[in-house]
Design a protein around this ligand. Sequence first.
Ligand code: ADP
Ligand code: ASP
Ligand code: MG
Length: 404
Amino acid sequence: MRIVQKFGGTSVGSIERIQETAKIVQKELANGSEVAVVVSAMSGETNRLLALAHGMNDNPPAREVDALLATGEQVTASLLAIALNKLGVPAYAFSGGQAGFKTEGNHAKARIQSVESDHLIAHLKNGEVPVVTGFQGVNALGHVTTLGRGGSDTSAVALAIAVQADCCDIYTDVDGIYTTDPRIEPKARKMDSISYEEMLEFASLGAKVLQTRSVELGMRYNMPIHLRSSFHLIEGTRVTKEDSNMERAEISGIAYNRDEAKVTIKGIPDQPGIAAAVFCPVAAADINVDVIVQNISEDGLTDLTFTVPRSDYSATLKLLNTLCLEMNAREVRGDDTVAKVSIIGVGMRSHAGVAKKMFEVLAKENINIQMITTSEIKVTVVLEEKYVELAVRSLHKAFGLEAA
Ligand code: ADP
Ligand code: ASP
Ligand code: MG
């Protein structure tokens, strides 16, 4: 077996944890596996480095921030390689660039283009352990880039695909993927397995347990992902192709995302091309638009409301205010205290009335729904942020997701 093991921030959060991690690697080698490792920065380190940059300059150059943030992972990769050598395991630390991660796209949101990993495969065949920094690569200019928060998951899956591993084990601080975030609902139930498709919805709707892009890659290349705890070495949750035996409950789980803001441009002339006129400049500013609602028009004027990541809120308002003047619209409004709660599950395809049940549960709790969007396997509502926990817990109970 060839395995890529990824260790998240809490799993390498102290010298002791790094020593424990080294033992987990050693154990896998003792099972006869070839092992490559991907590490995150020590927990809290990426935030600390980011705060240093912003303390220096309100608007630090993205290239320099990337180079700074990448050092977090470099520290843990080297320390883990040192710990492994102490146990008698030959190990070598590599930065993303040294490991062959080539990226494209903007700083702070770069995407992996390729992983040139022949030298890593040579180490694997020799029984040596490459320890690779997650979250980073180098672009065509040779500059260090980072892959977005939580990006080490994506580095790990990409490496697993590149070295043709049998599985990508993601070690973290929970025992697996739960029906909802166990930090919000202690009665959440651990799943034995989940399909890529559902996990993709979970991740993109806010369950930060795996970065969305890592699941996309896993799905595209059919790389099995095993999410498990580095604190209790028990079976975790396997993310795999949908299989016909998977449970078919009404819904599989609930995700939430607080990183949301809502903007409305009111009283725009309702004519062909307005959506394009609004969304083209937003897209050009690299702002991801999510839920969109356009009202029916009255007197030839309409309102357009949509959500964006909270970090892009002020940039979006600025853009819309300019557009408002150009398009002769009435006004722009915004709210950055909204959040998104979603119910997810392939079971929705075969159960009717799931959305209706969600709305009834929220109504009973007196929670106002501001926006709604659905797909074949999810229903998402936008609501006031202060209701997130209440909404998640009451939906979790009403849909019978609690652990027995
Ligand atoms: P790491 O640093 O190891 O990458 P993360 O903090 O990124 O760990 O991800 C693990 C966390 O994801 C858990 O501590 C948990 O609070 C959160 N989480 C959110 N939704 C879920 C879910 N459905 N199942 C499990 N964990 C979840
Ligand atoms: N250290 C980075 C972060 O905190 C990447 C990761 O941990 O996956 O987002
Ligand atoms: Mg993570």
